[in-house]
Ligand binder design. Structure first.
Ligand code: F0G
Length: 376
């Protein structure tokens, strides 16, 4: 393929990723997501801050998982793997199914019965994966998937697969590339804890001086990538969990995690040590938010900014706004928040909390006019 159109994060950041030159790349042109300035939610805040949302819901399957999946499936195919497997709260299964379809290999996904959002289930199903619903939660699924690594000829594509985190670190690269500097704080939802670990790796690699070995195939010769893209700082990393699923706040795994943000309904995160390293090395913190706070932030982002993310994603903005009010964020700070998944993933939750916006009236102009005048 020729031309300069964007061809996915592996091609764009090739010399910072473990991919051999002749490897067949399995890509859906993931990455390159927008960094959207939040202009309305900052109004009325005590502090003057700049907030940007890294909207990962605009990846090909609607979540950040695609960044890791392009790497994990590319590697699996390079190793001759014919089937992949994952446990998932939904988004990983949607992404794994898509990349397996693309690669022409089989995909098995273990999901907690009745506890994944409708859109994610639809994606996994139509993209041809074998959906295994278990009578248990994500942590049970993860335990079984790890057993399968020895019991069956399948490659695990959960974030315990190191190629996943390699792909996901590129989101941090994109943020620095877009801002021209590292943010002062980076706020992110935490579930299985792979993503916060990947971002920290990405920010750290960009802060370390490393000569580029190859120029980017996508960009022209003004591309930052032709030089080592270097920032002299790294952000403070802040990880937010749902109150009913908050092992990092408890300090130990929790049994029977619960939250409306089903994507992060996880009690036994696999990247425990890496996530603690990200927070401790950066001088950051973990905190928890209630389901009510999460849903309020989802609605706020949709109503005030026109950005529709899923509940788990909104926790990064919910936590940030609370931490600004509590004085934990310094004046003048530049802050980035990852919005990990698209709101369309979970239409049920969105509809449930927006009933008040629907009017039922007669099919008559007079009635519609009255409704308009009542609501102006
Ligand atoms: N936000 C969304 C929308 C997610 O789907 C996930 C994880 C997270 C945040 C948390 O990221 O696990 O790296 O800390 N979803 C996984 C899944 C577990 O199966 O889709 P993390």
């Amino acid at each position: 393929m020729s031309g300069k159109h964007y061809r996915g994060l592996i091609e764009h950041y090739r010399d910072r990723l473990p991919v051999a030159p002749d490897t067949r790349i399995i890509s859906l042109c993931e990455g390159n997501t927008p960094l959207i300035p939040l202009v309305n939610v900052t109004k009325g805040l005590q502090k003057s801050v700049e907030i940007y949302a890294k909207f990962e819901g605009l990846n090909p399957t609607g979540s950040f998982k695609d960044r890791g999946m392009t790497m994990a499936v590319t590697q699996a195919v390079a190793e001759g793997t014919r089937a992949i497997i994952c446990a998932s709260t939904g988004n990983t299964s949607a992404s794994a199914a898509a990349y397996a379809a693309r690669a022409g290999i089989k995909c098995f996904v273990l999901i907690p019965e009745g506890k994944i959002a409708l859109g994610k289930l639809a994606q996994a199903m139509i993209q041809g994966s074998i959906v295994i619903q278990i009578k248990g939660n994500f942590d049970d699924g993860m335990r079984i998937v790890k057993d399968m690594a020895h019991a069956a000829p399948v490659a695990i594509v959960n974030s315990i697969n190191p190629y996943r985190l390699q792909g996901q670190k590129t989101a941090a690269f994109e943020i620095v590339d877009a801002l021209g500097r590292a943010p002062d704080y980076h706020c992110i939802p935490v579930g299985n804890a792979g993503n916060i670990s990947a971002y920290w790796t990405g920010f750290s690699e960009y802060a370390a001086v490393k000569p580029a070995t190859k120029s980017c195939a996508f960009c022209d010769d003004t591309c930052r990538y032709e030089r080592p893209a270097v920032t002299d700082s790294r952000p403070i990393m802040v990880g937010y969990q749902a109150a009913g699923s908050a092992p990092f706040i408890a300090g130990h795994p929790v049994e029977n995690p619960e939250t409306v943000a089903t994507a992060i309904r996880i009690g036994n995160p696999q990247s425990w040590d890496l996530a603690w390293a990200a927070v401790n090395e950066s001088g950051g913190w973990f905190d928890a938010l209630t389901d009510e706070e999460i849903l309020a932030a989802q609605k706020l982002l949709a109503e005030r900014e026109g950005v529709f993310c899923e509940p788990a994603s909104a926790i990064s903005v919910a936590g940030l706004l609370r931490d600004i009010e509590r004085g934990k964020i310094r004046d003048g700070a530049v802050i980035t928040c990852t919005l990990t998944g698209h709101g369309l993933k979970d239409p049920d939750t969105a509809i449930k909390q927006s009933q008040g916006n629907v009017l039922q009236i007669e099919a008559e102009s007079a009635a519609v006019k009255r409704a308009i005048l009542d609501h102006l």
